[in-house]
Design a protein around this ligand. Structure first.
Ligand code: GLC
Length: 730
């Protein structure tokens, strides 16, 4: 529809019709109970019959037949025939499920998220979904928070690259394209920093921390073209995000010039009352609209009070008009006025959902995400020709998709995956009782008998023990205070070790768990995460050596929960342990190590990578020239990482920050050179939206993780910086 026609339509709308466009409801309101996954508090908000035809969009309707039915019914009720927009949480796949986002970030390959999001777009567009509430670009430092599974970890560069890749994948070349969905980046802002890791809790950050660590990924998603933003639930600086003008106006609209739609999170406008910044619904509506929330998700304050607020001068009509115009514009850009059923196709659903090609790619991607945390005496990979035990709650479990898998039930279990590639009689199973969810009051696996175990695994030298946490105990509303494996799972590992087995611990979880208590008794340790539809097949590929693990931790694994938050890019202290020694007055703990169990960027491969040399070179550019070697007997896939530290500046700078990384594939005995080009932006930090460079001493570090690095230190003057900057543009 041409813009002037859109304007004409808009002019015909009553205020109430406009307010309706700003309302988003679940399919229940359209007589489709049970056709949706509830993602917030249940209970229908009363809505009068006459208002049904006004609603602007629908949340979490996930199949073509239902979308079609609701749209048809709606067009009969809507006076001006304004089609609905359908939005849903397509987080790591629609039907074909990919690894959870945290796992995909451990690949250090943003391209896999691009590919997964592209497929998710193809599958969900066929189901009539036009917008996905993804990516979640929230930086995270606290694995107690259940939603770390949806994030890409603790590093702003990784967060930014993965967010941008997701947006490009979802939206494709053109959002109106048949195989594209609009991306809504969330949760703006800092939702990933709840105090104590407790869901929906207060966030307190300095402006500078927000600026440096938390904002970059949202910005990267917008730079990649994301058309929508979801405001967060939390308060930041004591103002809830849904009424936070500093975030939504100063930063989002004024500084970043964002033109798209801002949507509240589920019921978040009403929750302004629970936060205690609005006395009643009318006040909540006025605050949210003024701050810049265009669409109200699952509460009806705009519709209930909007007209009265305008009449009594408490709400400027132009705020409503702007919001409505943004909604109509997106509907128009998607071509919905011409064809309200565009993209939707039941045939295509049949053809594309779970098609062989998508499953093949899901498996390929899933292989890149697990992290090899320990491999004593090269217990992994196993040959598959010797009797191997398989135990633990995730040995046979098909509940391995990970949260936010919208109505999908099962993936390939580890057992099925191994059986497909080994003689089944080579696998012996015992103590495989599943682990239920804490939310259902299930606190541990069924008891097992030590003698029975001994008997069952009599002929096995090695046992794979698949442990972890129930997938429902991760994700939204699943904060935990204790991150240890359950007692019986830890016992299972200890008992098998005591029975003289080589123990290969495989961990299924949506967050870094506390693994120190089982580290010594595990000869091998593979962090599997939740890998989606092809989970067991991908794990079998790694365990049997058909593929080489390449995952690197994108979040530090705490030694113990009491260390949290523990992250690699922290500031220095006045009394660092390294300088103060073991004496009393150093920054650290007296009852546990200061460092995490596994630092950011860590992960082994089947080969043996080593950084042999890292030298700064200045010719036509400035480079860090790094030599990496494979000193093991297997081919390897390594991720070489570049970190930079600025020694002195007008504000304290982190001990190191990831600035670049590069994949290296090496055969046994092979060596390669990697040239990291130093760009001007790597030497700056942001202050109020501007990049600031301060001359001084910089240390450049190359490592295969963030702890063990080779260093080179130089002074960089303003002239040097200007020279580097000029080179960036040449
Ligand atoms: C929520 C979530 C958000 C999601 C929304 C819609 O409660 O916080 O991430 O997109 O509901 O399901």
């Amino acid at each position: 529809m041409e813009n002037n026609k859109l304007e004409q339509l808009w002019k015909q709308m009553t205020t109430r019709e406009k307010l309706g466009q700003l309302l988003q409801l679940t399919p229940e309101y359209f007589g489709c109970e049970g056709k949706t996954q509830l993602t917030g508090p249940s209970g229908l908000i009363p809505l009068e019959e006459r208002d049904f035809g006004l609603v602007g969009s629908v949340i979490n309707c996930t199949d073509a037949a239902t979308v079609e039915r609701i749209q048809r019914q709606h067009l009969n009720r809507s006076r001006l025939k304004i089609p609905l927009l359908f939005m849903a949480d397509i987080i790591h796949g629609h039907k074909t499920i990919f690894p959870i986002p945290l796992a995909m970030a451990c690949s250090f390959e943003p391209d896999i998220v691009y590919r997964a999001s592209r497929i998710a777009a193809v599958e969900s567009a066929a189901s009539g979904i036009q917008v996905t509430f993804s990516p979640m670009s929230d930086l995270v430092r606290d694995p107690r928070w259940g939603r770390v599974m949806e994030s890409s970890g603790e590093d702003p560069l990784l967060n930014s690259l993965f967010s941008a890749a997701a947006v490009s994948g979802y939206q494709g070349e053109d959002i109106a394209g048949e195989e594209s969905v609009v991306s809504c980046v969330k949760h703006f802002a800092a939702y990933g920093a709840p105090e104590g890791g407790r869901e929906y809790n207060t966030c307190e950050l300095t402006d500078q921390t927000l600026e440096e660590s938390y904002l970059p990924a949202y910005k990267a998603a917008l730079d990649a073209g994301a058309k929508m933003v979801m405001a967060a639930f939390n308060t930041l600086g004591k103002i809830p995000a849904a009424s936070n003008k500093h975030l939504l106006k100063d930063i989002l609209r004024d500084r970043w010039k964002f033109q798209g739609i801002v949507i509240s999170d589920y019921n978040a406008v009403s929750e302004l009352m629970a936060h205690g910044v609005a006395k009643e619904g009318s006040e909540a509506a006025a605050l949210a609209l003024e701050a810049g929330i265009d669409i109200e998700m699952m509460s009806t304050n705009y519709l209930d009070y909007g007209e009265v607020l305008i009449q009594c001068g408490k709400l400027r009509e132009e705020w409503v008009n702007e919001a409505v115009f943004r909604v109509l514009r997106l509907k128009n850009e998607l071509g919905l006025f011409e064809d309200p059923f565009c993209k939707l196709s039941r045939e295509k659903e049949k053809e594309k959902h779970f098609c062989a090609e998508h499953l093949r790619i899901s498996r390929e991607i899933a292989r890149k995400c697990p992290i090899l945390l320990k491999n004593k005496e090269e217990v992994l990979p196993i040959s598959g020709r010797e009797k191997t035990g398989l135990a633990g709650p995730f040995a046979m479990s098909r509940h391995v998709l990970g949260g936010w898998s919208a109505g999908n039930e099962e993936g390939i279990s580890l057992y099925e995956g191994l059986c497909a590639q080994m003689e089944p009689e080579m696998l012996v199973t015992a103590a495989c009782g599943e682990l239920g969810s804490l939310l259902d009051g299930k606190t541990d696996i069924p008891p097992f008998d030590e003698e029975d175990l001994k008997e069952a695994f009599r002929e096995c030298r090695q046992v794979i023990v698949a442990v972890g946490e129930n997938q429902n105990d991760t994700g939204e509303g699943a904060s935990k205070a204790v991150l240890r494996l359950t007692k019986r799972q830890e016992q299972l590992i200890h008992v098998l070790k005591a029975q003289g087995k080589k123990v290969i611990t495989v961990i299924f979880s949506g967050r870094p768990l506390e693994l120190a208590p089982v580290l010594d008794d595990s000869d091998g340790m593979l962090q599997a995460w939740f890998l989606g539809s092809e989970s067991g097949n991908a794990l079998a590929d790694l365990i049997l050596g058909k593929a080489c693990p390449q995952g690197k931790t994108c979040m530090s694994f705490p030694y113990t929960t009491g260390q949290i938050p523990v992250y690699y890019n922290h500031l220095r202290t006045g009394r660092p342990r390294e300088k103060m020694g073991t004496g009393r007055y150093a920054s650290g703990y007296i009852d546990c190590p200061d460092k995490p169990l596994f630092p950011f960027g860590f992960g082994l491969t089947y080969g043996k990578g080593r950084i042999k040399r890292a030298v700064l070179k200045k010719d036509t550019q400035l480079w860090l020239d790094v030599t990496v070697a494979n000193e093991g007997n297997h081919a390897l896939r390594e991720t070489v990482q570049l970190y930079i530290m600025q020694h002195t500046a007008s504000i304290a700078r982190p001990v190191k920050e990831l600035k670049d990384f590069c994949r290296a594939e090496l055969l046994p005995g092979e060596e390669k050179n990697i040239m990291f080009r130093i760009r001007a932006e790597m030497l700056c930090y942001p202050v109020a939206g501007e990049e600031r460079f301060e001359p001084g001493t910089f240390t450049f570090m190359a490592g295969l993780d963030s702890e063990n690095v080779l260093k080179q230190t130089i002074d960089i003057s303003r002239e040097d910086y200007e020279w580097i900057k000029r080179k960036d543009y040449e």
